[in-house]
Design a protein around this ligand. Sequence first.
Ligand code: UD1
Length: 346
Amino acid sequence: MKTILVTGGMGFIGSHVCVSLLEQGLHVIIVDNLCNSNTEVLNRIDQITGKKPLFYPVNLLDEDALSAVFKRHNIDAVIHFAALKAVGESSCIPLSYYYNNITCSLVLFNVMEKYKVFNLVFSSSATVYGEHNPIPYVENYPLSATNPYGRTKVMIEEILQDAARADPRWNISLLRYFNPIGAHPSGLMGEDPNGIPNNLMPFITQVAVGKRDALNVFGGDYPTKDGTGVRDYIHVVDLALGHIKALEKLIASPNNNCVRSNSISAYNLGAGKGYSVLEVVKAFEKASGKKINYVISPRREGDLAEFFADVSKASEELGWKVERSLDDMCEDAWNWQSKNPEGYLS
Ligand code: UD1
């Protein structure tokens, strides 16, 4: 049985990926410092899969503690989620973002090298396409970013490109997520942000349960179908299955010092089509039977009018594409939020 180490495995995306890994019969070890998550996630994973992953409450900055995990277990691959991810906050405390996201990653990659673990799936973001590329986004576009959070993703991708160029033992998949929403269909796991949600769907679900009065729709005058921002929403379970496909490809074709060209590859994980904010609101109202009050507000700094993915590379090379619709995303997000109005502390 293969053993997969998941950093940040207690978070929204990480927890759904852990469920998929366990359902594939893989052995899962989570390393997470719980700075934005809750140990209740472990019980929920257990309820869904009948299995509890091994959990180490380790900060990746603690190289000795991380090394101890690698020493104790025979790890076949790493999926690296652990990172800070709030765009607005990253502009207020950029040094914290660079220190956390970059240093944690460097510690991890060095420990991996030391223990000869070269299979890596890295959690990247569509934010690496910056603001000047035409849509749909294609993996070979030049990368840039408009905020410190985004720059950490670009930098880590570049660090990994250099590592793979220098040492062909590295076998890396860079997964660029578009807008993951939804929740596990059981209603046992979902998105549980601290404080006021930054992202659209958790804000909508909190309006639906009465925790917030109204959604601020950031901008009603974009050059889009209805004037509101358009994004490529992807169900978190489809996203999790994309990780399984990426991992299968890495593990099936380890680089034995000879396959230079394939040792690092980027994939867009999205649905390949865009929905506007108002379309998401409407779909959510249909799924939940709740009216979502909203106010058209000024644009949010740094937002783009519209972007979505070209998903042909993931389809051709990984044999993966999304299977869940926007209606499924809204139904599952509502199922989670209505059963857990206070998130994991409900
Ligand atoms: C954001 C980040 C992105 C990050 C991703 C995942 C920004 C500029 N981008 O993507 O880098 O990888 O989250 O964490 O923050 N909206 C509202 N009202 C709200 C919230 C959002 O109208 O209260 C709109 C936005 O203007 C946008 C759409 O909903 O058009 C989606 O926003 P959001 O869920 O925050 O995702 P992104 O901004 O696309």
